[in-house]
Write a protein that binds this ligand. Structure first.
Ligand code: ADP
Length: 537
């Protein structure tokens, strides 16, 4: 490959020996596709479970991310193969729909690809494999319903919810604070949940982070925290019973939209202009004060002149507040976002019992807390941590915990984790395979084997012998007719996941199986199988 420049200096690439590249067809193309999918899945395999490894990723501009979250790892991996991209999509779908289980879905998908490859080599047609997988996934999803349990919780009994969130957090870096973070997540979800309609709007939970302090200092605030400060250092730092004007109009005189010129050739003219500007600001400040506002939160900035005037007129203000935050403040305080000064009325003001600016440590970091709001259904989880990477990973982990709690409120069925439900499904799918006389049964058996990849990876990542551990647990499940036996990753002395309190939501697990299968069905097999590779690669 060589880089050349055209007559305009634009770079272009010359690919040498292009004729030597070949187009793969048929089985070779399928194998090449499968191999690239498996490569992605292999990377994630080591991240699965409570003892899974975190991955350190570096972006092209040098930013480092350390994470255990499958969706994030894939998002940042910059894959260019089509099938590998599908796996990224898969994990993204799981993240979008369920929020948790993003690693598991890719591990399962990778195992299904691996099994598919073996079948293809034995001459089974891709369509038969796809059909067998679909049948098997249906059996597994139905079986999950059989082994699922309902679990009860209420606003006064949040312990079960906390336990589930703890399972999710136990495989993340934030493991050491899992109890407190799980409690915070559950309280946040319950604060914004509509239990009657069984729905939770996660948009009402703001997750904010600030470098400094310890992870243990992470707190839940029944209100909104904004990474902003009062626009002038001499403005009051605490406002009780605040009436807030939430403005999206700039605090400055209107600017002409097209180009105009103002000629100022005398001192008088300049002073008149200045006076006019000041008058304009003054009117705006008066307008806010006139409707009863005691605090102005502005989406736009204002210059020093306006800032000074605001301070003098005793009207505290905050500037450059982002759109999303402005909306949350409006929801929390029951106020309306006002796009023009003329539209400002007393009813549109938001109400908060306390607005305060808090400083952190010796640094000059300040944040604005809007608390005791008229509508308490908007909350903030405020994360503290030693560095930015830690805070970002905590944000991702809390996102997973919030999603798990939300899923349980939507549907309170659970299945047990630690690979126990996968093993149980594998046994049931294997048994069902005998009922299918055609070639399909090979694919169904292969699906059962692929399900075993989850407990095997969990065992492997915990330093156990994967095959021995899996076969021991499987035979225990069959012998004791106990579908709750899984991998004892933390060496807790029992592999009954009910005793270890390791469970996941039923809908999450079902979604994992459905997603992992669907992608194979409709894309990897029945779509195109053409794939370019270079001879020398
Ligand atoms: P994902 O991104 O798929 O949620 P995780 O790395 O969070 O991946 O791992 C989740 C897997 O780890 C699930 O299969 C879950 O059942 C299992 N797991 C979590 N905690 C434990 C535990 N304490 N013991 C055994 N398995 C666990």
């Amino acid at each position: 490959m060589a880089l050349a420049f055209d007559e305009f200096g634009r770079p272009f690439v010359i690919i040498k020996e292009q004729d030597q590249k070949v187009r793969l067809r048929g089985l070779d193309a399928q194998k090449a596709n499968i191999a690239s999918g498996m490569a992605v899945s292999r990377i994630l395999r080591t991240s699965l479970g409570p003892k899974g490894m975190d991955k350190m990723l570096q972006s092209p501009d040098g930013d480092v991310t350390i994470t255990n979250d499958g969706a994030t790892i894939l998002e940042q991996m910059d894959v260019d193969n089509q099938i590998a991209k599908l796996l990224v999509e898969l994990s993204r779908s799981q993240d979008y729909e369920i929020g948790d289980g993003t690693t598991g879905v890719v591990v399962l998908a990778g195992a299904l690809l691996e099994q598919a490859q073996k079948l293809l080599e034995r001459g089974v047609h891709p369509i038969r494999v796809a059909e067998g997988y679909e049948t098997a996934s249906r059996i597994a999803v139905e079986h999950l319903e059989k082994i699922a349990q309902k679990f009860d919780f209420g606003v006064n009994n949040i312990e079960p919810l906390v336990q589930t969130c703890m399972t999710t957090l136990s495989s993340k870096i934030v493991n050491r604070c899992k109890r407190s973070l799980a409690e915070i997540s559950v309280k946040a979800v319950l604060a914004v949940a509509d239990l009657e309609r069984k729905d939770v709007n996660l948009d009402l939970i703001k997750v904010e982070g600030k470098v400094g302090g310890k992870l243990e200092d992470t707190e839940l605030i029944y209100g909104i925290v904004v990474d902003k400060e009062m626009s002038h250092p001499q403005m009051p730092k605490q406002i009780e019973d605040a009436k807030i004007a939430i403005l999206t109009c700039p605090f400055e005189p209107p600017k002409p939209k097209t180009k105009h010129k103002v000629d100022i050739d005398t001192v008088e003219k300049f002073q008149t202009l200045r006076k006019q500007e000041q008058q304009y600001f003054d009117n705006m400040v008066q307008k806010c004060k006139g409707v009863g506002a005691t605090l102005v939160i502005c989406q736009w900035g204002f210059d020093d002149e306006a800032n000074h005037l605001l301070m003098h007129r005793n009207l505290p203000a905050v500037r450059w507040v982002g759109g999303v935050e402005l909306e949350l403040i409006a929801i929390a305080t029951g106020g309306r976002i006002v796009p023009r000064f003329e539209e400002l009325t007393p009813e549109k003001l938001g109400k908060a019992g306390l607005v305060q600016e808090k400083a952190f440590g010796t640094t000059k970091d300040r944040m604005l807390y809007v608390e005791h709001c008229a509508n308490s259904r908007a909350v903030t989880i405020f994360i503290r941590g030693g560095n930015k990477m830690m805070i970002e990973e905590t944000k991702r982990s809390i996102h997973d915990a919030l999603c798990v709690a939300r899923n349980l409120i939507r549907n309170n069925s659970i299945v047990y984790g630690g690979g126990s439900s996968e093993i149980s499904c594998s046994i049931s799918v294997e048994a069902a395979a005998d009922r299918y006389p055609g070639v399909e049964q090979y694919a169904i058996r292969a699906f059962a084997d692929a399900l075993d990849s989850v407990p095997m990876s969990l065992a492997e990542n915990s330093g156990l012998q994967p095959i021995e551990t899996l076969s021991a647990v499987k035979s225990q499940q069959i012998k004791e007719n106990n579908p709750y036996c899984g991998i004892d990753c933390n060496d807790a002395g029992t592999n009954d996941m009910r005793e270890q309190n390791v469970f996941e939501t039923l809908i999450g697990k079902q979604q994992q199986i459905l997603l992992a299968t669907q992608d194979h069905l409709f894309r990897a097999f029945s779509s195109f199988f053409l794939f370019f590779v270079s001879n020398d690669s």
